[in-house]
Design a protein around this ligand. Structure first.
Ligand SMILES: Nc1ncnc2c1ncn2[C@@H]1O[C@H](COP(=O)(O)OP(=O)(O)OP(=O)(O)O)[C@@H](O)[C@H]1O
Ligand SMILES: [Mg+2]
Ligand SMILES: [Mg+2]
Length: 483
């Protein structure tokens, strides 16, 4: 067993997140982006790096990144320029990526993350625009690497955090927050498994109490939130053990191997000068006017943090429930629609948190794929509130609606014979019969064993196949036994 005291060390982590933007066309060329198209069908001479082609900036690329900048409390540069990042790779026919270097369009921002025990503010160094490279495919042909250039030139933003994160859990929470924001803004679908959100994690360790950072390694190839957390965890331990064993961390890029659950070296980390950055001569600077900024500011939706506070303050929702419901913008929209129809936020959050979320989890779907409209779910809850059906009937009708979402809950209640019996005249004979058949229980009840009410109500529910209005049964029995 290792005798190393890992607690002697503190990790320092900074994340670079690439988000693929949901613009309709590429960053600098009028080519429509369609995911899943046959290889090399979505390309123009510009994407192929043919001489004489000239880039033009996609206006939405600029608008989307400004949205992100404003949503993350960044300053937006009045003037920023593009730069060429030069390197050779078969999937990069131009020999350079158009990116931004020393004048990113957004800078100096922050996001607040929430962990179980504490909240923390994480600084954002910068957010800049760049274009993606193509895809090299190594596993389809045993002798050759195949290249698909459909992705070449698709727009990305790179969100660079300050080295403010200290644990894998903080990194996870930060990444979740970034995902939530891009989804609320509808600028990226935020799917790490499919690669529309990608994360490189920079990790170093230092003895606790020391101010100077240690040498960092950069981890790549994590394709899920959990893997980012695992890779960082592994790397922290690897570095500590290396140092404690008398070794030294070298600055390098390392690949996460999901199967082996470890990181391995890929290449020594290139420095900025290796890329020979220089200003892109074919594109004018991006000028952001005050009008543009205020226009974009107006388009910003209410973000999760603000929405969560509003749900707690206006609806008396618990913190946990508010966090769950506002995690997705669309789930929060759905909830608000139900609450509006019902005029009762408590009943709305009950059904959304229990029934609706259960189905989303079971089927691994998003609320946008949920078949039953907010209106129908509200109508169902209303039936229950009006005492037309009881809770068990509500659940049965809810399940039936999943298969037949076009039907009205009230029609289903009738069809399924679940309309609650709420008139005394038809319940009285039922109650009388139960009293007659259970003299012992009646005697004990009269002796003071009031808990037996549950038994009587249960018998009545059984006799009516669950359709009796339990409140009314309760009332009838009390009246009869307290005579
Ligand atoms: N000693 C360190 N330990 C951990 N993280 C660090 C350390 N120094 C810097 N970082 C983090 O590393 C990241 C560096 O990202 P940045 O995009 O600026 O440069 P890069 O990784 O050198 O370049 P590239 O974009 O080409 O990968 C930032 O998130 C920063 O906070
Ligand atoms: Mg970077
Ligand atoms: Mg990097």
């Amino acid at each position: 067993m290792s005798t190393i005291d890992h607690e002697k060390y503190e990790a320092v982590i900074g994340l670079e997140v690439h988000a693929q933007l949901l613009t309709q066309s590429k960053a600098f060329a009028p080519v429509t982006i369609q995911y899943g198209g046959s290889p090399n069908t979505q390309v123009t001479p510009l994407c192929l790096g043919h001489p004489g082609t000239l880039p033009v900036v996609n206006e939405n690329l600029v608008r989307y990144i400004i949205k992100m900048g404003l949503a993350t409390n960044c300053s937006v540069a009045e003037k920023s320029i593009f730069a060429r990042k030069n390197y050779f790779y078969p999937d990069l026919p131009k020999g350079y990526q158009i990116s931004q270097y020393d004048t990113p369009i957004c800078y100096d921002g922050f996001v607040d993350i929430e962990l179980e025990e504490y909240d923390k503010r994480i600084g954002l160094t910068r957010i800049h625009m760049e274009e993606d490279a193509g895809k090299s495919i190594h596993d389809q042909d045993p002798y050759n690497t195949l290249v698909d250039l459909n992705r070449a030139g698709t727009p990305l933003i790179e969100i660079v955090s300050e080295p403010d994160l200290r644990t894998p859990q903080e990194a996870y929470a930060y990444l979740s927050k970034i995902k939530q924001i891009v989804q609320y803004l509808e600028i990226c679908d935020g799917n790490m498994e499919e690669g529309s959100l990608r994360c490189d994690a920079n990790v170093s360790v230092r003895p606790r109490g020391r101010e100077k950072f240690g040498t960092r390694t950069e981890l790549k190839n994590m394709n899920s939130f959990r893997n980012v957390e695992r890779a960082i965890h592994y790397e922290i331990y690897r570095q500590i053990e290396l140092i404690e064993g008398g070794g030294e961390v070298v600055q390098q890029t390392r690949l996460w191997d999901t199967a082996k659950e470890q990181t391995r070296p890929m290449r020594s980390k290139e420095e900025a000068h290796d890329y020979r950055y220089f200003p892109e001569p074919d594109l004018p600077p991006i000028i952001v006017t005050d009008e543009m900024l205020s226009e974009i500011r107006k388009e910003l939706p209410e973000l999760a943090d603000v929405r969560r506070k509003r749900f707690i303050e206006d609806f008396g929702m618990s913190e946990d429930d508010a966090v769950t419901i506002t995690d997705s913008r669309y789930l929060a929209d759905y909830f608000e629609e139900v609450a509006d129809h019902l005029g009762n936020p408590k009943a709305a959050s009950n059904i959304v948190l229990s029934e609706v979320l259960r189905v989303l989890n079971e089927k691994s779907i998003d609320i946008r794929q949920f078949p039953v409209t907010a209106e129908k779910v509200s109508a169902l809850v209303k039936l229950k509130e009006d005492d037309k059906i009881n809770s068990s009937a509500m659940q049965q009708i809810f399940n039936a609606l999943l298969d037949e979402p076009e039907k009205e809950p009230a029609d289903l209640a009738k069809e399924m014979n679940l309309i609650q019996v709420s008139d005394s005249s038809s319940l009285e004979p039922v109650v009388d019969k139960i009293i007659e058949e259970h003299p012992d229980e009646v005697a004990r009840y009269k002796d003071g064993k009031k808990q037996l009410m549950g038994f009587f109500v249960g018998q009545a529910m059984k006799a009516t196949k669950g359709k009796a209005n339990p409140k009314l049964v309760n009332k009838l029995i009390s009246e009869k036994l307290n005579d």
